[in-house]
Design a protein around this ligand. Structure first.
Ligand SMILES: *[C@@H]1O[C@H](CO)[C@@H](O)[C@H](O)[C@H]1NC(C)=O
Ligand SMILES: *[C@@H]1O[C@H](CO)[C@@H](O)[C@H](O)[C@H]1NC(C)=O
Ligand SMILES: *[C@@H]1O[C@H](CO)[C@@H](O)[C@H](O)[C@H]1NC(C)=O
Length: 605
C-alpha cells in the first residue's frame, strides 16, 4: 500500500463515516404501529454487521440501550415513545471498518393534530371508498387498516370482493393493486378516523382517512305533523278584534295590489272569501310556510285562535253573509286526519273525493259553488286535471236590503267616465233619501253611507272629480287605518235628507289570484310549501299550489245589494318540467368565444 493509496483510503473512510449519518423526522399518529430500520438503501454493503439501538426519550437526558436487531418495531404508539432513536450499524467493506448511523426523531401526534389526512364524506347507506395507495402492490407488500375507537385501534379485516359476489354490508378491498377499501352500507356510527398502515421498505407508513357519514335527511314532514294548536285565549285583546284588524289590513293590501293591475277597469273582489280559503289552508301550513302565510294574511305570528275567531265571525254575520268551505281531494292523496277533523270543526268543510273523471269533477266543484252562491257564480273553474291532488274552495253569498228604499221608478242618467265621456245608465234615485254623508279629508272623497239590513253599510267614496288622478288619490289614501277611522266617524254623522243618484250595477269580475298571491308574499305556495299539517306524507315531490281562482259578482238594485264570491286553491304534485311550447327566445352560445353565435325568437315553429 503506497502513501497516496493510504491517503485516499483514509479520505474514503472519513467520508463514509461522515456521510453515512442518516437523520429523519418521523411523525406518527398515536395508536399506530411503527417500524424503524437500521438499513439504508444508500449505505454500502457491510460484512459481519452488528446493530445497536439507543433511545433517548424527550424528557430524559441519557440514552438507554434498546436492542440489537436490524429493525425496531413498536405497536400502539404512545406519547412516551417520542424521542430520538439511533441505530449504529458496524461492519467491514474490504479491509475497513465502517460505521453507519441512522437517527430517527419520532414525534407522536394525536389524530387531531396530525396534519395530513383525507376526508371522505358519504351519506348513510352509501358505499364509502377509503383510499390508501402508496406506490406498491398489495401482493408485494403488507397493509392493514385500523379504526380508532377511543384509545385503541381496532383492526379491520377487509375481504376480497369477487365480481360475481352480490354486494353485502361490510369491508372489502377496493382494488387488487393498492390498499384502498370500500365499506358497503355505511352507517352513521361508522364515522371516525381510519388508519391505513403499509410496510414500506422496513418502515411503516400511515395514511389517515377521516370518514364522515351524514345521516339521511329525515322525512320531509318529520316533526311538522302535529295538529293546529289549541286556541290560547289568554291574550290582552280578544281574538275577534285581532281578526277584524287583520282582515281590514289584508283587504286594503289586496286593493292596493289590484288597483294598479288594470287601473282604469272595473274591479271587484271579496277579501273575506280570499282570506277564508287562505286561512283554511293555513290550518295545514307549518314552519316557514305558516309564518309566510301569517304575514301575507296580515295576522300576528302564532295566532292560535284564528280559526275559532273566523268561525265566530261567520256565525255573527250569518244573517246576511253565507260563507261555506269545501275540500275536494284525490283518491290517492292521504290527508291528515287532524286536518280533516279541524276543517269540520272550524270551517264546516267535509272532504269530498275527486273521481277519475275530470269533467265530472269540474261539474261537481262548479255545481257546489253555484249552489253556495245562489247561482250567482256558475263557473269558477274552467278545468280540473288529473294532477290535481286537492282543491280548497270557499264561497260567500251576501244579501243586504236597503233600510231605506229608492223610488220605484227611476230615469236613466249620465255617468261621466274617466276620460270625460258620458254614458246614459239606469239609476237608483230618490229625491229625499236620508243618509249619512260627509267629505272625509283623509280620503279626499265625499263619502255616503247607505244602511243595509243585518248590521251592514254600503260606503260609496266619490273622488272630487271624475279624473283618473283624483280616483287614484283616493285609492292611495285608503289604508286600513283610514278605512277603520272612516267607518267609525261615519257612524257618528247625523243622517241628512238628500237627493241621491246611484248607477244600477251588475258587476261580474274574475281576479288573477295567482299573481296576487305572489304579490302579497306567498309565492312559496307555488314552489315547495310546507303543508305537512295537511299532507303528512309529503315526499320529495311536494304538493304545491297550481292554480288560484277568484270571482266576484255584485249588483245594486232597487231592493239592495246582492253579492257573491268564490275562491279556489288547486294543488298538484310539482313535477320538474321544462316546456317551450309557446313563443320563446333562443341564444346559441359559444363558451369558447364567450359570446352568442346565433340568437332568435320563435313565435310559431
Ligand atoms: C426532534 O423533534 C422535536 C419536535 O419537533 C424537536 O423539538 C427536536 O429539536 C428534534 N430533535 C432533533 C435532534 O432534531
Ligand atoms: C402492480 O401489479 C400489477 C399486476 O399484478 C401491475 O400491472 C402493476 O404495474 C403493478 N404496479 C406497481 C406500482 O407495481
Ligand atoms: C278525528 O275525529 C274522529 C271522530 O271524532 C276521532 O275518532 C279521531 O280520533 C280524530 N282524529 C284526530 C287525529 O284528531
Amino acid at each position: 500500500m503506497n502513501h497516496s493509496g493510504m491517503l485516499c483510503y483514509t479520505f474514503l473512510l472519513l467520508l463514509l463515516e461522515f456521510v453515512i449519518t442518516f437523520s429523519v423526522e418521523v411523525i406518527v399518529p398515536k395508536g399506530s404501529g411503527l417500524t424503524l430500520s437500521c438499513q439504508h438503501e444508500k449505505a454500502p454493503k457491510l460484512m459481519d454487521q452488528t446493530f445497536k439501538w439507543t433511545f433517548r426519550s424527550r424528557d430524559s437526558v441519557s440514552p438507554v440501550e434498546a436492542g440489537d436487531s436490524p429493525a425496531w418495531s413498536m405497536q400502539r404508539i404512545k406519547k412516551a415513545h417520542e424521542g430520538e432513536y439511533e441505530c449504529v450499524m458496524e461492519g467491514y467493506t474490504g479491509e475497513s471498518r465502517v460505521k453507519v448511523s441512522r437517527m430517527y426523531n419520532v414525534s407522536v401526534e394525536t389524530t387531531s393534530s396530525f396534519k395530513q389526512w383525507t376526508v371522505v364524506r358519504v351519506t348513510e347507506g352509501d358505499v364509502a371508498d377509503l383510499s390508501c395507495s402508496p406506490h406498491f402492490n398489495r401482493s408485494e407488500k403488507k397493509g392493514d387498516w385500523f379504526r380508532e375507537t377511543g384509545e385503541a385501534l381496532q383492526q379491520l379485516e377487509p375481504l376480497d370482493l369477487n365480481e360475481e359476489d352480490e354486494v353485502r354490508d361490510g369491508v372489502y378491498w377496493a382494488r387488487a393493486n393498492d390498499f384502498s377499501i370500500k365499506i358497503y352500507n355505511i352507517k352513521v356510527q361508522d364515522s371516525g378516523m381510519y388508519h391505513c398502515q403499509v410496510q414500506a421498505g422496513a418502515e411503516t407508513r400511515t395514511q389517515l382517512v377521516e370518514l364522515i357519514v351524514e345521516a339521511l335527511p329525515p322525512p320531509r314532514c318529520y316533526g311538522h305533523t302535529d295538529p293546529w294548536e289549541l286556541c290560547d285565549e289568554d291574550r290582552g285583546r280578544t281574538a275577534g278584534a285581532i281578526l277584524s284588524e287583520s282582515l281590514t289590513d289584508f283587504s286594503t293590501k289586496l286593493y292596493s295590489q289590484l288597483r294598479t293591475v288594470k287601473p282604469t277597469h272595473n274591479m271587484l273582489f271579496s277579501p273575506v272569501s280570499i282570506a277564508g280559503v287562505l286561512s283554511h289552508l293555513l290550518l295545514g301550513a307549518r314552519d316557514e310556510t305558516r309564518k309566510m302565510m301569517e304575514d301575507g294574511l296580515s295576522l300576528p305570528r302564532g295566532f292560535s285562535c284564528l280559526h275559532k275567531a273566523l268561525k265566530t265571525l261567520k256565525e255573527d254575520t250569518q244573517e246576511s253573509l253565507d260563507m261555506a268551505s269545501h275540500i275536494f281531494y284525490s283518491q290517492d292523496q292521504i290527508l291528515s286526519e287532524a286536518f280533516i277533523n279541524q276543517s269540520m270543526e272550524f270551517y264546516e268543510a267535509s272532504p269530498g273525493k275527486l273521481t277519475d273523471d275530470n269533467d265530472q269533477n269540474l261539474k261537481m266543484i262548479n255545481d257546489w259553488v253555484a249552489k253556495k252562491t245562489k247561482n250567482k257564480i256558475l263557473k269558477l273553474l274552467d278545468s280540473v286535471d288529473s294532477f290535481n291532488q286537492l282543491i280548497l274552495v270557499n264561497a260567500v253569498y251576501f244579501l243586504g236590503k236597503w233600510k231605506l228604499k229608492f223610488d220605484e221608478k227611476s230615469r236613466p242618467a249620465s255617468f261621466t267616465k274617466l276620460d270625460g265621456d258620458m254614458v246614459n245608465v239606469p239609476t237608483l234615485y230618490s229625491a229625499k233619501y236620508k243618509l249619512s254623508m260627509q267629505f272625509v279629508s283623509s280620503l279626499k272623497a265625499q263619502v255616503g253611507a247607505f244602511p243595509l239590513t243585518g248590521r251592514n253599510r254600503l260606503f260609496i267614496l266619490v273622488p272630487v272629480t271624475s279624473s283618473l288622478k283624483d280616483l287614484q288619490a283616493v285609492e292611495q289614501r285608503m289604508t286600513d287605518t283610514v278605512l277603520r277611522e272612516m267607518a267609525k266617524d261615519m257612524a257618528k254623522v247625523e243622517p241628512t235628507v238628500a237627493e241621491v243618484t246611484l248607477p244600477k250595477l251588475k258587476l261580474d269580475i274574475s281576479t288573477d289570484l295567482n299573481g296576487l298571491i305572489g304579490d302579497i308574499g306567498m309565492g312559496e305556495l307555488f314552489n315547495e310549501p310546507n303543508l305537512c299539517g295537511l299532507f303528512p306524507e309529503q315526499t320529495d315531490m311536494p304538493v304545491a299550489l297550481s292554480d288560484a281562482r277568484h270571482r266576484a259578482t255584485l249588483s245594486l238594485t232597487e231592493s239592495g245589494v246582492e253579492a257573491a264570491a268564490a275562491t279556489s286553491l288547486s294543488f298538484a304534485r310539482s313535477f320538474p318540467s321544462f316546456s317551450a311550447m309557446q313563443p320563446f327566445i333562443l341564444v346559441l352560445w359559444s363558451d369558447q368565444a364567450s359570446s352568442p353565435l346565433f340568437m332568435g325568437r320563435v313565435t310559431q315553429p
